[in-house]
Ligand binder design. Structure first.
Ligand SMILES: [Zn+2]
Length: 257
């Protein structure tokens, strides 16, 4: 848990405030605390990467504060830990006071939790589960341009799990809401923590079952079936969306041969 950082403490430094992190020279600081003038601040280890400690310091550096997105090209392990650090910092910042009784809270010494010593309530970081699903129809894949992204990238469908819903129900509901089709043969592929702001993407593949493609104009700008060898601009490597698309393309190609 948090302690005073010594000049010889070494590793990767996540210096985070308001969902941003310090990226001097556009990169995550790596080296001794002294080198980055972090000595004496309060910090805590949030994990280890390639045998070195990854530290979290909750502080605003004013300059060179950037987004975790800038680290998406890094090794997946370091990107994941940076996301973890930024989310923990944001969790602590948003839990200064108890939501039940309004008293000031303090950090647990044994786990990532905020404690209210007045009413004994205990708060843990929240994670918002999301589904993301690649839908295949023969040699084609359903890809959509999302209104909230405002770029020319086409990607798979995704949405938040609602209270009281199973993941299978979320897949069926999101696909129906956004595209008016039904899917079958839904199977789990992988997951990826997605710290924007605190999602956990749970990735599925599915097959087209029935219905005519009709998009939800609030969520999507466009959606279409693309043949696996004639795809539009895709999400970058490192994203779970890209992995799903590539897995679906591999399936299409295998069947074609
Ligand atoms: Zn309380």
């Amino acid at each position: 848990m948090e302690r005073q950082i010594k000049s010889v403490d070494v590793g990767w430094w996540i210096v985070s405030h308001e969902q941003k992190l310090w990226l001097p020279n556009g990169d995550l600081p790596h080296g001794t605390a002294a080198r980055f003038a972090l000595t004496g601040l309060a910090g805590a280890p949030v994990g280890e990467w390639q045998g070195e400690t990854v530290w979290l310091i909750r502080k605003n550096c004013s300059e060179n504060m950037g987004s975790v997105r800038q680290l998406i090209d890094h090794d997946a392990g370091l990107f994941q830990l940076a996301g973890r650090g930024v989310q923990l910092a944001e969790f602590i910042r948003s839990h200064r006071f108890c939501g039940y009784c309004g008293h000031e809270m303090h950090l647990s010494k044994t786990e990532n939790a905020c404690l209210c010593s007045h009413c004994r309530q205990r708060y843990y970081p929240q994670i918002a589960p999301c589904i993301i699903v690649a839908i295949r129809h023969g040699d084609k894949i359903l890809l959509a341009q999302h209104a909230r992204h405002r770029n020319s990238i086409y990607t798979v469908l995704a949405g938040f799990v609602e209270v009281g819903e199973t993941l299978e129900q979320t897949v069926a509901r999101e696909v129906m809401e956004e595209s008016s089709i039904t899917v079958k043969n839904v199977r789990y592929v992988t997951s990826q923590p997605w710290p924007f702001p605190h999602s956990l993407m749970m990735a599925f593949m599915a097959d087209y079952d029935g219905g005519d493609l009709r998009i939800d104009n609030h969520e999507l700008i466009d959606a279409a079936w693309f043949r696996y060898d004639a795809l539009p601009l895709l999400p970058p490597p490192g994203t779970v969306a890209r992995r799903l698309i590539e897995d679906t393309v591999a399936l299409c190609r295998a069947e074609e041969e």
